[in-house]
Design a protein around this ligand. Structure first.
Ligand SMILES: [Fe+2]
Length: 375
């Protein structure tokens, strides 16, 4: 019993993350943040062909909440704001996240501190900012929420000594996922430290886990999994994850499903529909989610997940070396397709980032990142 309570008190005591920060290392939270956002409201994308975008996104599990020649608004099954706004644009690109503010007064405080204005937006209010990487960030309040849609309950599982399902079979449907909600978004950035501090100081996020380059811990962290500080209310292990990379921008976004059968059956459906698989099914270490990654027709990455960790504000950041093998506890080995290491343009981006002195990409960082991708 004692061992169990010790473990419960120290979630980093297992393989999730063996150590915390050392004296003098980044604390992973701001002492006095400007506001504390409460979650991700939605993500915005631009796509040249909305009908083509919708075919993948509907197969992936979104429900169309609104459709016009100029924009597609997609939702999950849970009550809340829509998860995605896809506008018609000249190319396929990520156009930024919208985070949810706790109060209207928080929007006013943000606007004052950043010399911007609170403007009406989608039936509520918004402040438009940009993070130090240059990614546009909206913070919203009061946007009308959609009511919940009916969804399948988690399957009752015959586990342990007390089976819950007698005289009944297990038949999860092979169909498009029923996405519950938007979970998190992941960015790469060439200016990791400045961007990290901005999300902690300005939006009040707190770090659940840091990753550092093996052998270069003295550089400080190069990846952070950040959650919302909801006090004693547990929140997703990460709402935003961000890592030092030669290219700034979107890496993937993740959407919660009800259980493992939903992830697996929805994956079979996506495969049958001819969509491109990236990596999975496996279970992550940082965040513990059971994951499955897919690519849209323009190679943007979308993740199905279930059973993620929830931390309240009391947990301090874990620290671990960055490696591909450290991305999962079980599952197939992550490929270069997933890490993007062999994507066209990566080498050129690395050369450009090296030449630009106004960022954190230097030879040692690149060497560390390449080593992490191979280990
Ligand atoms: Fe993820």
């Amino acid at each position: 019993m004692e061992l169990r309570s010790e473990r419960a008190a120290d979630p980093h005591g297992s393989m999730h993350s063996e150590t915390g920060g050392l004296p003098g290392e980044h604390a992973g939270r701001s002492r006095n943040p400007l506001v504390k956002i409460t979650g991700l409201a939605w993500l915005e994308f631009e796509k040249p062909d909305l009908a083509r975008a919708e075919r993948f996104l509907a197969d992936f599990g979104f429900v169309v909440a609104d459709r016009s020649p100029q924009a597609l608004v997609l939702r999950g099954h849970w009550a809340g704001t829509p998860s995605l706004v896809v506008r018609r644009g000249t190319g396929s690109r990520f156009a930024g996240p919208a985070f949810a503010a706790d109060t209207r007064a928080d929007l006013e405080r943000l606007a004052r501190a950043t010399d911007t204005r609170v403007t009406p937006h989608r039936g509520g209010f918004a402040v438009e900012l940009a993070d130090p990487s240059g990614i546009p960030v909206r913070v919203v309040y009061g946007v009308p929420e959609l009511t919940a849609l009916p969804e399948r309950h988690p399957l009752p599982l015959n586990v342990g000594a007390q089976p819950v399902r007698a005289n009944a079979t297990q038949r999860p449907a092979r169909r498009a996922a029923q996405i519950e909600r938007l979970g998190h978004v992941v960015f790469g950035t060439t200016r990791f430290r400045a961007a990290l501090d901005w999300y902690l100081d300005t939006l009040g996020m707190i770090v659940s886990d840091f990753l550092y380059l093996d052998g270069q811990r003295e550089r400080g962290p190069v990846m952070a999994f950040m959650r919302c500080d909801l006090g004693s209310v547990p929140s997703d292990h990460h709402t935003l994850a961000m890592g030092l990379q030669p290219r700034t921008g979107y890496v993937h976004s993740a959407y919660q499903l009800t259980d493992l059968d939903e992830v697996a059956a929805a994956g079979e459906y996506l495969r049958e529909r001819g969509h491109r698989h990236s990596w999975g099914i496996g279970r992550h270490i940082q965040g513990s989610q059971i994951f499955d990654y897919w690519r849209d027709p323009d190679r943007l990455m979308f993740e199905h997940y279930t059973d993620g960790d929830l931390f309240d504000c009391s947990l301090e950041p874990g620290w671990a070396p960055m490696s591909v093998s450290g991305l999962s506890q079980w599952g197939p080995k992550a490929t270069a397709e997933f890490t993007g290491a062999r994507e066209p343009g990566v080498l050129l981006a690395a050369i450009k980032a090296l030449a630009d002195k106004d960022n954190e990409i230097d030879f040692a960082a690149l060497r560390g990142l390449v080593k992490a991708m191979a280990s």
